[in-house]
Design a protein around this ligand. Structure first.
Ligand code: C2E
Ligand code: MG
Ligand code: MG
Ligand code: MG
Length: 282
């Protein structure tokens, strides 16, 4: 009897595993299809200074699946990374964002001092040929390199610090900016701040969310801002949703902000109409 129960359990386990792998295969297929059919769109979220004036935008990918509607990048980017599809997707993101900024610059919509931030996945960054691709695309759209900001994460440094450091230096020599995204949530050590050629820390939104009620979060935000000053890098707070958060961050000494208070990520036409031509505070 015990044997039988064991067998039944195993059957259930097998069926579950089968269902999981079917679902995965289904997701894989639809991701391949999305790439082939070009079902992605780039949205743009404004980044602002202490006065609420635009200083740039972050490009955020959207996948419009039709049936299921928008699928969140936090859902499909990890899968795309696992399958190596992130290299193609990342290349599309770069083309789209660069061509957009280039057009906006020509039309006088984008100021030369603004920066377009692009999320770069560790898999993509570590890809052989990443630098060559970056150069090629910047040339292709004749973009001033100072208009480009790459958002990388701390965890990227864990795999191969020396080669990542080398790449980062070359990127900086090109004049492209580097930000550390989701700062404070990864596994890297503070000592990297001493050696990494970065321009900006982005305070993760998880610390901003309860900034006003949670002493621990407040202490972390305080420390990140102090660190940024000590290391002479700029600092941007993510996920700013209320005026109270915005004011507190200003008091603590933050300079740059991004969040629903200023605008959600929006389509390129909305970005022009709603963000460039008069950013309204909600
Ligand atoms: P992230 O780079 O940290 O981007 C910020 C996320 O916070 C975005 O989610 C944005 O919509 C959201 N957000 C902005 N302001 C607020 C706010 O005030 N409150 C709240 N609750 N959320 C806010 P999204 O667009 O869903 O992207 C999720 C993550 O997916 C990104 O986190 C990034 O890691 C990744 N991702 C997005 N686009 C790309 C891409 O083109 N390439 C790569 N490799 N990753 C991407
Ligand atoms: Mg980001
Ligand atoms: Mg982030
Ligand atoms: Mg993130």
């Amino acid at each position: 009897r015990a044997k039988e129960a064991g067998r039944n359990t195993y059957v259930i386990y097998e069926n579950t595993m089968q269902a999981i792998s079917d679902l995965r295969l289904e997701k894989e297929k639809s991701l391949h299809r999305a790439i082939e059919l070009g079902l992605f769109e780039l949205y743009y979220q404004p980044q602002v200074n202490n006065l609420g004036e635009l200083i740039g935008a972050e490009a955020l990918i959207r996948w419009d699946d039709g049936e299921r509607g928008f699928i969140s990048p936090s859902e499909f980017i990890p899968l795309a990374e696992e399958l190596g599809l992130i290299v193609d997707i990342g290349s599309w993101v770069m083309d789209t964002a660069f061509s957009q900024v280039s057009t906006w610059l020509e039309d006088g919509i984008w100021l030369p001092s603004w920066r377009m931030s692009i999320n770069v996945s560790p898999v993509q960054f570590q890809q052989y040929g990443f630098l060559a691709m970056l150069k090629e695309k910047i040339d292709k759209y004749q973009l001033p390199t100072c208009c480009v900001d790459l958002e990388i994460t701390e965890n990227m440094l864990l795999t191969d610090l020396d080669s990542s450091l080398e790449k980062m230096k070359l990127i900086r020599e090109m004049g492209v900016h580097l930000s550390v995204d989701d700062f404070g949530t990864g596994y890297s050590s503070l000592k990297y701040l001493k050696i990494l050629p970065i321009n900006r820390l982005k305070i993760d939104q998880s610390f901003v969310r309860d900034l006003l009620d949670d002493k621990g979060d407040e202490a972390i935000v305080f420390s990140i801002i102090a660190l940024s000053k000590a290391f002479n890098v700029s600092v941007l707070a993510e996920g700013v949703e209320s005026v109270a958060q915005f004011e507190r961050l200003q008091e603590i000494g933050c300079y740059f902000y991004q969040g629903y208070l200023f605008s959600r990520p929006v389509s390129s036409s909305q970005f022009v109409n709603e963000c460039v031509h008069g950013l309204k505070m909600n």
